[in-house]
Design a protein around this ligand. Structure first.
Ligand SMILES: Cc1ncc(COP(=O)(O)O)c(C=O)c1O
Length: 381
């Protein structure tokens, strides 16, 4: 009788024209993890954005010469056809690029390319983490580790990046929590600091699961872990073209790891994951990367310039940065954010305790605009 009633109710609800009923029906159909998570939205702007220093993007568009090459290639492309299943050509270009960067032979079997490195973070979770498994990372850090872990039914645990972030304490946490996967982010988003190589390697040797080092900003830093990958089966590094390479708009990222790991990840990756346009432009930029290298040097110099100016105000804590942004902590940061917003400059803010902001390093003019606001701010605060 009860069952009959319930199914009657469902029938009624399914033909309902009331949006509230429909919402209820849809919510009931969802997996618990999807129902309880909020979609990723950026901060809303209540001012006219003239300069965007919120997303850690490159301030430079591609040179016209490179765009022209892209247009030429595009014109020769049959866009009605699917791309290569696993985008073999760009894998070869990337392997060649990494071989010259690392001064050793890197094979296409050791790299996997994603539709942004976000896609690869998601795939890592889906490959290793089952419902109820623990994913361990540092805090604060990039929000997507938690997002993908929880969406996949995992439990996300974090270790604060403070004076207790030591090898011994992390090992103790591993013993207690038995995580399935560890994410390190270095240079870290949002703080910009790099994690000690020794710490990551020591944890990689201690932990039996995958250790993923997200090096989205490593092009701006003085050290990275790429050269260590060949010595550790459970260590892999993810990188992106969205930051130093200035290609956030085409969504391109990669993972470098052991060939067996890469082969397993391919099972979880969708075939044809990379669209043809990304494929074409990615290959061109990999073959014309001198300009990218120059721009990285420029951003690093600008980072030091902006840092020195921000240091001249003592009422906040500045974090030394190895990335293309600077993180500031302290009560006054949100007042500074307000002043920046009034000047049309968008940055990232955090409602943490203490409050914090993150400012992306932009072009010279954009950074000058930030520093002009700073000078005025210092006089009034
Ligand atoms: C630490 C970190 N990892 C990964 C990403 C995602 O990069 P992609 O654009 O390649 O998906 C970001 C983007 O902000 C990031 O900050």
């Amino acid at each position: 009788m009860q069952i009959q009633l319930e199914s009657e109710l469902k029938k009624v609800k399914k033909v309902s024209n009331n949006q509230k009923d429909k919402e209820k029906i849809i919510k009931e159909m969802l997996r618990d993890e999807v129902r309880s998570i909020s979609p990723y939205y950026g901060e809303e702007d209540d001012f006219e954005v003239k300069i965007n220093l919120a997303g850690n993007e490159s301030p430079f568009d591609l040179p016209a010469k490179i765009k022209d090459k892209f247009i030429n290639e595009f014109q020769k492309t049959d866009i009605n056809r699917y791309p290569e299943i696993y985008s073999e050509k760009i894998h070869q270009e990337l392997a060649d690029y990494l071989s010259s960067e690392l001064n050793k032979e890197v094979s296409t079997k050791e790299v996997i390319i994603g539709n942004g490195s976000d896609e690869l973070l998601d795939i890592l979770i889906r490959t290793f983490v089952e419902k109820g498994d623990i994913v361990l990372s540092q805090a604060p850090t990039f929000s997507m580790y938690r997002y993908f872990s929880e969406l996949g039914g995992g439990i996300y645990e974090e270790i604060p990046l403070d004076k207790d972030f030591t090898i011994e304490n992390i090992k103790a946490k591993i013993d207690r929590l038995q995580p399935k996967l560890i994410f390190f982010c270095s240079p870290n988003n949002p703080t910009g600091e790099i994690l000690a190589k020794d710490l990551i390697l020591s944890i990689t040797e201690y932990f039996s699961g995958p250790v993923i080092v997200d090096e989205a900003y490593a092009d701006f830093s003085k050290e990275d872990l790429m050269a260590q990958v060949e010595n550790h089966a459970n260590l892999a590094v993810t990188r992106t073209f969205s930051k130093a390479f200035g290609l956030a708009g085409i969504r391109l990222g990669y993972l470098y790891g052991n060939s067996v790991l890469v082969e397993e990840l391919k099972k979880v990756l969708k075939p044809y994951n990379l669209n043809t346009l990304t494929d074409i432009l990615g290959c061109i930029v990999l073959n014309n990367n001198d300009i990218i290298k120059e721009r990285i040097e420029f951003i690093k110099k600008e980072r030091e310039r902006v840092f020195e100016h921000l240091k001249s105000y003592s009422d906040w804590d500045l974090f030394p940065s190895e990335a293309n942004f600077i993180y500031l902590e302290g009560k006054k940061t949100h007042l500074f954010k307000k002043a920046l917003n009034q000047a049309g400059i968008k940055i990232r803010s955090y409602n943490t305790k203490p409050a914090a902001i993150r400012i992306t390093i932009g072009s010279e003019e954009e950074n000058d605009a930030v520093l002009r606001v700073l000078e005025e701010f210092k006089q009034n605060n």
